[in-house]
Design a protein around this ligand. Sequence first.
Ligand code: T4K
Length: 416
Amino acid sequence: MAEAPRRPASPAAGSLATPSLAIFGGRPRFSRELHVGAPNVIDREAFINRLRAIFDRNTLTNGGPEERELEETIAQRVGVRHCVAVVNATSALQILCRALNWRGEVIVPSFTFVATANAFAWLGLQPVFCDVDPDTHNIDPPRVEDLITDRTAAIVGVHLWGRPCDVDTLQRIAAKRSLDVVFDAQAWGCSLGDTPIGRFGRAEVFSFHATKWVHSFEGGAITTDDGELAERCAAIKRFGFVGYDRTGMLGTNATMTEAAAAMGLVSLQTEGPILERNRANFEAYATGLHGLPGVKMVHPAAGNRWHYHYVVLEIDETVAPLDRDELQRVLWQENVRARRYFYPGCHRLEPYRITRTPAALPVTEQLARRTLALPTGLQMKPIDAAAICDVVNTAFDNAVAVREKVRELPATDIWS
Ligand code: T4K
């Protein structure tokens, strides 16, 4: 879409007049906070009706009909034979780890939500952080190969922002070394070509956390074609029971409640309008940010289905008139709670800061410095996305004054 060329930021632009931004004392553009991850809920009535049925049946958890229906719906949508619904994606990863009997090291991307690493570290495995590809932001197969040792049990790819990993290459690398490969958590409703995410590797994991575009308050799922693996996962999630009074392995309690499963089902049934809003917001952002110097927006690859759930900018501080943190501070003053996903990179978070990971992670470092996620979903309309873009444009046009003002703001926990 054509856009008028933008004025380059100049010192004069900032010093002539006070731009209409909240950081200069203006009224915030939004009277309520816009969040990255504000929950989408469309049909409260449908959910409440399901809750009534749950109370009537008096089966609240431990394998009721809502959970089974959710599992069947997910399996059918993804096109796999088995789905195991669980309490969250973190538990899903842990259950897989136990079911596949992993020991030693697991190669994970460093540029992901910390849960990917935590899941395995919690079980005593060593997450080995791998750098990511600068274009896809996903785990970089040649770097994975560099990290494989005799202690490696598995490779965990994350389809970051819902964009598929290089699954073929990862599966080839894993097969060559007899390693497992599984995929994690952000890609409900996405595909690689015509193949839905959820069908790759030994198994895949989805998160249905409230902040995901389709959610079950808290929730997660494991999808796989491997019947034995699914059976083990289902047993592990319920204390290890394989018979009425019989356990077959060490288990945990990761059962999804009936209420959560009901929310998941209603969310799936209403995902069409959510996707449409996400797409419309995304397009408004793409139009409003088009041509800004040093700003790149994460786009879906051609031919893949995408959920448009993440609006992610990469702000190249060597080109853009403001850096990522400066822009984030401007947006927060406007009640736009943009997020630095996934700053500073897992390898720089406790307890991993003294990790034994030998490899340098230059791409992760760069992305952690540059990425900024913007709000989307039902909480807002394209006109709001356009208003956010206007803030960004105004801030860039007045970069010198903005930078000065940002320096005057008090240090906080976030920007210390
Ligand atoms: N692997 C990957 C690759 C993941 O991305 C995740 C989760 C996992 C594994 C683990 O999945 P789960 O075990 O969670 O199923 C969020 C989510 O908590 C997390 O699920 C998600 N990834 C991650 C990317 O984002 P935060 O710290 O951003 O969430 P929070 O609570 O700050 O929520 C964001 C904003 O949304 C809030 O500031 C306000 C708003 N909000 C949030 C909630 C929960 C609401 O308005 N209402 C709400 O109910 O982590």
